[in-house]
Design a protein around this ligand. Structure first.
Ligand code: ZN
Length: 450
């Protein structure tokens, strides 16, 4: 057993359902006793130490220990496409994202990207992710292989499309069925890996392909994810491809793809009826605020999601999103609601931590295992310890209480402040590790010797 000593904060409840002020659980000098990766005791350090005087202590004082972040929407093949600014969604896809995604047809390219991608997640404090995969089955093998070795909790699937996109990225319904079945067989339920059925969006998916998605989703424990209502031009085009459907959500619901195992990315332009249907189905929305801002997609109607009872979690949406940090996504979510004025939802720091942790765990059906640091949960954690004299270090030193400290962490925290990351009690990342080897460019450090 290991006893972790730290200042810790988490949000075990749902601040959209209960008064947020009372939900922030804080141990200013806390102890977490972990056995076989599971938290078995939690309390003031002195108390936990008193009843377990012989256990090995890992001292994490001088920072803040948070639950590991849960990213509910992030694209594996797009890490190198981050930063393509100045375009709306459909232009960005065709000029930035899809040309890069086509390069993953090469297995060795996909392996390099998989390594960079997983390092991007863990080094930002993300321990669990619902990952939008590649169009290529071999690239998915590369991702799952690397994910299994990484120790991260990854739910991912091959992306499918059979129209609209460049030819290299297209499949057929039959081929998608064969490759999907084989990937499920190889990877679903192996260790911390699960499979997600992932049509890119109904704009690029015919009815027979969506039928195949329905078939693949019959495998118990598989998840469903796709895009919806991101951009008004996209919503209009979907309507022309599906004249018989009531709305965008109906293009998926018609194939029984909207269930409590569904996570729909964006939903910026949702209609009231779509929100009603999602709420009834217990489907979740993955809110991706930096992506929405970067592509000018719109300001997320969080208040309407809450009103209808639709669960919302955060996604980084790399590569339209501007990085892997869910601290940045939390801050941007707050900004978006502020900019909506009276129509916005007044987010508190407690909401932000919940959106980045417990909400994602619920969206992925993993809330019995992760999302907070309660007894019985897996020890999945991110330790934030800012560099001495960094601005975050300075302002944390002047925080008036835990809520204020949390606000400062979301305002200023970056991956550079993530000093340690654990999944299931296993430390997967610690500060001081060098960057992954990367191709030399005028803007990156020279590749370091191993
Ligand atoms: Zn996306």
């Amino acid at each position: 057993m290991t006893l972790y000593r730290a200042t810790m904060m988490d949000v075990p409840g749902d601040p959209f359902a209960e008064e947020p002020a009372g939900l922030l659980a804080v141990e200013s000098d806390g102890g977490l006793l972990v056995r076989d990766g599971v938290i078995v005791e939690r309390g003031a350090y002195a108390d936990v130490r008193g009843s377990h005087p012989g256990e090995e202590v890992t001292d994490l004082r001088g920072g803040v220990l948070l639950p590991g972040f849960v990213d509910t929407h992030v694209h594996f093949p797009q890490i190198r496409a981050i930063g393509g600014l100045g375009m709306p969604l459909l232009d960005w896809l065709h000029r930035c994202a899809l040309p890069e995604e086509a390069r993953l047809a090469d297995r060795s390219y996909a392996e390099a990207v998989a390594g960079e991608f997983l390092h991007g997640l863990v080094s930002s404090g993300t321990t669990t992710a619902l990952v939008f995969g590649s169009h290529f089955a071999e690239a998915m093998d590369a991702l799952f292989d690397a994910a299994a070795a990484s120790g991260l909790r990854i739910t991912a699937g091959q992306v499918s499309s059979d129209r609209v996109l460049p030819a290299l990225l297209l499949t057929t319904a039959e081929h998608a069925r064969d490759e999907g079945r084989a990937l499920i067989e190889r990877w679903h339920g192996k260790g911390r890996l699960r499979y997600a059925v992932t049509p890119r969006f109904s704009l690029s998916a015919s009815e027979p392909l969506l039928d195949v998605c329905e078939e693949l989703l019959q495998t118990p424990g598989t998840w469903f994810t796709t895009h919806i209502n991101e951009n008004t031009a996209e919503v209009d085009q979907v309507a022309t491809y599906f004249p018989a459907r009531t709305h965008y959500l109906d293009t998926y619901q018609h194939h029984n793809l909207i269930t409590d195992r569904s996570v729909l990315a964006h939903n910026v332009h949702a209609t009231d009826h779509e929100l009603e249907v999602m709420a009834e189905a217990l489907a979740w929305a993955a809110h991706c605020p930096t992506s929405n801002a970067a592509l000018g997609s719109g300001l997320f109607p969080l208040r309407r999601h809450v009103k209808y009872g639709v669960g919302v979690a955060l996604g980084s949406d790399v590569g339209a999103g501007t990085g892997f940090s869910l601290l940045k996504e939390g801050l941007q979510a707050y900004f978006a609601q502020q900019l909506l004025g009276p129509a916005g939802y007044p987010l508190t720091p407690v909401h932000l931590l919940y959106l980045a942790t417990g909400a994602g765990a619920r969206a992925l059906g993993l809330a019995d295992q992760v999302g907070d640091l309660g007894v019985g949960k897996q020890f999945d954690a991110a330790w934030l310890r800012p560099q001495p004299r960094s601005t975050l270090d300075v302002v944390l030193g002047h925080a008036t209480d835990a809520n204020d400290a949390l606000a400062k962490i979301f305002a200023l925290g970056t991956p550079a402040d993530v000093a340690g990351v654990w999944v299931g009690g296993q430390q997967l990342h610690s500060a001081g590790e060098g960057p992954m080897p990367s191709p030399c460019s005028p803007y990156s450090r020279p590749q370091e010797a191993a």
